[in-house]
Design a protein. Structure first.
Lengths: 61, 287
């Protein structure tokens, strides 16, 4: 699945949900696995940086 | 009044003084007597032939009618042959034969399956298509053909599908105890994923997703929740390059506690506890 779910975690960083091949849609996974009340975005995997050198400093705009 | 037919006769003898105007009163001429007898015979013949217009009443053994229809009405009788007069028959004591449209029996059990039916009822008619069934066998559907059976066969066998039908086959051994009798417990969830570059899941079971929370820090989200939070989480970095040597799966100091729906793990380099992304993260959950 070439989609990812992005939301801001309680520590101020960015959490990225990587879906498994579990039979659920990306929307169903978001509804289930994004913490309750968190705003999220579903994005193409290509929008996620592959250089994780400064992973903990990522922000989402 | 001239008595020209029997219905005009009187039941009082003294009133019968003529017959068709032939005087037969006291003192009549002798010639009138034979004329009267002949006339009487003619009138009787007219009555018998039905030409006189007289009818014989029901009380005298007749029908009181001049036509068959009126006669049946007078007698409350039904017409013979094809007719619509008979609307109900309640007094039959002899059962109608099957040729007459009946059952040939006075029994209310019209068709006794044990005695009246022969042959085998096919599947297409709601039957089984067979006359005997193997004792303790499992029945198998067979389209419109007769049912098939699977015999129990050897003790311990199980029903096994070959993708087409079922057979009694030896149970797979699966995990077997080589020594001792302690039980085995399978993993309730597992996941193998790449934590570098663009993290992606290679294989998983009972996992809907992993959450990449930062460098080396992941949450495993279960498809079906664990029964409680007292499960065991194990993991490794087996499969990673040499740069991952010494990686261990740890908890997160101050991080999220395990829940029934997810567990957070962290990959750290054992010598100095440095959290690191690695290529093979393997996690399994037992309960």
């Amino acid at each position: 699945m070439n989609k990812r779910i992005v939301y801001q975690n309680d520590e101020g960083g960015i959490s990225i949900i990587v879906p498994a091949d579990c039979g659920l849609t990306i929307e169903e996974i978001a509804a289930k696995d994004v913490p309750t009340g968190k705003a999220y975005n579903i994005v193409d995997v290509s929008e996620i940086p592959t250089d994780r050198t400064f992973r903990d400093a990522w922000t989402w705009e | 009044m001239a008595k020209t037919k029997i219905s005009e006769y009187s039941a009082t003898s003294a009133n019968n003084t003529d017959i068709s105007n032939i005087n037969i009163a006291e003192g009549c001429s002798p010639a009138n007597v034979n004329n009267a007898i002949r006339t009487l015979m003619a009138q009787l013949k007219d009555l018998q032939a039905g030409t006189s217009g007289d009818t014989i009443p029901v009380t005298a053994g007749g029908t009181g009618s001049a036509t068959a229809t009126d006669a049946r009405t007078a007698l409350s009788a039904a017409k013979s042959g094809a007719n619509s007069d008979i609307t109900s028959i309640t007094g039959l004591t002899t059962p109608l034969t099957t040729a007459q449209g009946g059952t040939g029996t006075a029994s209310t059990t019209f068709a006794n399956l044990a005695t009246n039916v022969t042959g085998t009822l096919p599947v297409a008619n709601g039957g089984t298509g067979v006359s005997t069934l193997l004792a303790n066998a499992v029945l198998l559907g067979n389209g419109t053909s007769a049912l098939q059976t699977v015999a129990p066969s050897t003790s311990g066998n199980i029903l096994t599908s070959n993708g087409t039908t079922w057979t009694s086959a030896t149970a797979p051994t699966g995990i077997t105890a080589t020594t001792g009798s302690s039980p085995y417990y399978g993993a309730r969830a597992f996941v193998n994923f790449n934590g570098t570059g663009t993290p992606a899941i290679r294989a998983s079971g009972n996992v809907t997703s992993i959450t990449d929370n930062g460098t080396g820090l992941y949450t495993i989200n279960f498809t079906t929740a664990m029964p409680d939070t007292s499960y065991t989480t194990v993991g490794s970095s087996i499969g990673s390059t040499t740069s991952a040597d010494g990686m261990i799966l740890t908890g997160t100091a101050g991080g999220a506690a395990p829940t029934t729906s997810a567990v957070q793990v962290r990959m750290a380099y054992a010598p100095d506890n440095t959290v690191t992304d690695i290529t093979f993260v393997n996690v399994a959950v037992f309960r």
